[in-house]
Design a protein around this ligand. Structure first.
Ligand code: CP3
Length: 457
């Protein structure tokens, strides 16, 4: 591939960017046709850093300190995007309800997502362990602060409030699909949304993360966690339904936090480096820990089920902070509950399981039963395949920081990831963790283009 010429982007590039923003591309459309649709006069080689059109036809070879909390529940605001009434997560009517878990999906027949060879989505093909028309791409945290259009619609709207407004959720989820032409959309929400929805006093503090007013550390605290009912998150159902209509053939990925990662926020009271209180509870009070994990597994599964019932075509279980655990602790005190969540969704849609710094845990995480394993940036994909078993499709794993480097470095590293994925049964290209806020959206767009053209089959 040619090195990008110096100087400002060619006129054609700006037109491509404008057209891309206007025209969401169905994910089953071949890259060549998508490119032709961008309009006459847009010649790919004129675009800075983009591969020549011919390459489309080539196979790749290759402390926990506390922060002020907003008290109370989410306030309604009028919508600047569409005339959709804001719906709010209710506070519990009669205080905490006891109960261990919701019998989510217990009677649902398997949807047989594996038996749809005619499904044209390269993302779903990769989930089935097939090499589809090209290697699909999406980015964790693709909707968010790296996008100016996200910052615009979020202006003056607190994070959790934005998650409770279907009009905003639809718009923000669609933004990266329009801009990047990714092969899947990730539902715009947060892992703490279901916890807020069952009445916990928490907020997401910008630049910090979730902060919990009253941490959960005792058996009595655990009793405050009631099951999540679909009506608690009616705004999620509404937003997913709206998205399915707009996305067409591009699958929507629903998600939830895994019980351990949710527990770590609840026990610590906010983000933590060492997760010391969480580990101390796990080892020192195993019965309280098990009760906490049981309830969180029910909440997590219920949140995923709501999204699947409304039309999400895959789910991702984020156990972001599981990498702080030694293997023995993960296997005994975490894996059984992640497995419980994943089992509730079995056969309905493909299930992806991801954590950061989980190289040492990959085999145990894979044992929890997901269809696809997400791999962070630390472990090469071919090595990850040796750890989880060669038959499992993998998702990953370009280091998010690489996107901030000059384009030739991004290109080289992306090709390395594709090379390491060569023998996998299915590969979903992604970053090794989320998009960093400082990322240049144009670089992410070029990255999608690069992966598509390099892997078109
Ligand atoms: O990926 C996406 O584009 C979909 C939306 C999404 C968000 N959070 C929106 C969000 C998803 C999938 C999440 C999951 C999430 N939330 C995880 C698991 C994924 C991961 O990154 O490991 C975790 C651990 C959280 C908790 C959380 N929420 C953190 C650590 C933060 C960052 C704090 C900060 O401001 O730096 C949040 C806030 C958050 N969630 C933002 C977004 C877009 C940024 C807040 C803002 O824009 O004001």
């Amino acid at each position: 591939m040619r090195p990008p010429p110096a100087g400002p982007p060619a006129q054609g590039c700006r037109r491509v960017a404008r057209l891309l923003r206007r025209t969401p591309s169905p994910s089953h459309e071949p890259p060549t046709e998508r490119r032709q649709r961008r309009g006459p006069g847009v010649s790919r080689p004129a675009c800075r850093g983009f591969p020549p059109l011919a390459s489309v036809h080539r196979r790749w070879r290759a402390d926990g300190s506390r922060h002020p909390l907003r008290s109370g529940s989410i306030e309604p605001v009028s919508s600047p995007v569409a005339d959709v009434p804001a719906s709010l997560p209710p506070t519990p009517a009669a205080g905490p309800r006891p109960g261990s878990s919701v019998p989510v999906g217990a009677s649902r027949p398997a949807a047989g997502w594996r038996d749809r060879p005619g499904d044209p989505s390269p993302f779903l093909a990769a989930c089935r362990g097939e090499r589809g028309s090209w290697t699909p791409v999406w980015f964790m945290r693709q909707a968010g602060r790296s996008l100016p259009e996200y910052r615009r619609v979020r202006e003056g709207v607190p994070m959790l409030e934005s998650c409770a407004r279907p009009d905003l959720v639809v718009e923000i989820t669609m933004q990266p699909v329009r801009r990047y032409g990714v092969d899947a959309a990730i539902f715009y929400s947060d892992i703490v949304v279901p916890l807020k929805a069952i009445g916990l006093d928490l907020d997401i503090v910008q630049g910090v993360g979730p902060v919990i007013a009253e941490p959960i550390r005792t058996a009595a605290d655990v009793e405050r966690l009631r099951p999540l009912e679909p009506d608690d998150v009616a705004y999620v159902t509404e937003a997913v339904r709206g998205l399915v209509g707009q996305l067409g053939a591009t699958p929507l990925i629903g998600f939830a936090g895994a019980p351990f990662t949710l527990a770590s926020y609840l026990v610590e009271g906010g983000p933590s480096k060492d997760h010391a209180r969480t580990k101390a509870l796990m080892l020192g009070e195993p019965a309280v820990w098990a009760a906490l994990m049981e309830r969180l597994a029910g909440i997590s599964a219920a949140f995923l089920q709501v999204q699947v019932d409304a039309g999400a075509r895959a789910v991702q279980l984020f156990d972001s902070w599981a990498g702080v655990l030694p293997r023995r602790m993960y296997a005994e005190h975490v894996a059984p509950w992640s497995a419980q969540v994943l089992a509730r969704l079995e056969g309905q849609v493909p299930r992806i399981h991801f954590g950061v710094g989980t190289g040492e845990l990959l085999a145990d995480m894979a044992g929890a039963g997901a269809d696809v394993m997400g791999v962070d940036f630390r472990v090469p994909l071919d090595e990850a395949a040796r750890r989880v078993g060669a038959e499992r499709p993998l998702q990953g794993n370009l280091d998010s920081a690489v996107v901030l480097a000059p384009w030739p470095v991004v290109e080289r590293e992306a090709r390395r990831v594709l090379g390491e994925a060569r023998e996998l049964p299915g590969h979903i290209f992604n970053l090794g963790h989320g998009v960093l806020p400082a990322s240049d959206p144009d670089v992410l767009a070029r990255l999608v283009e690069l992966v598509h053209t390099e892997t078109a089959r």
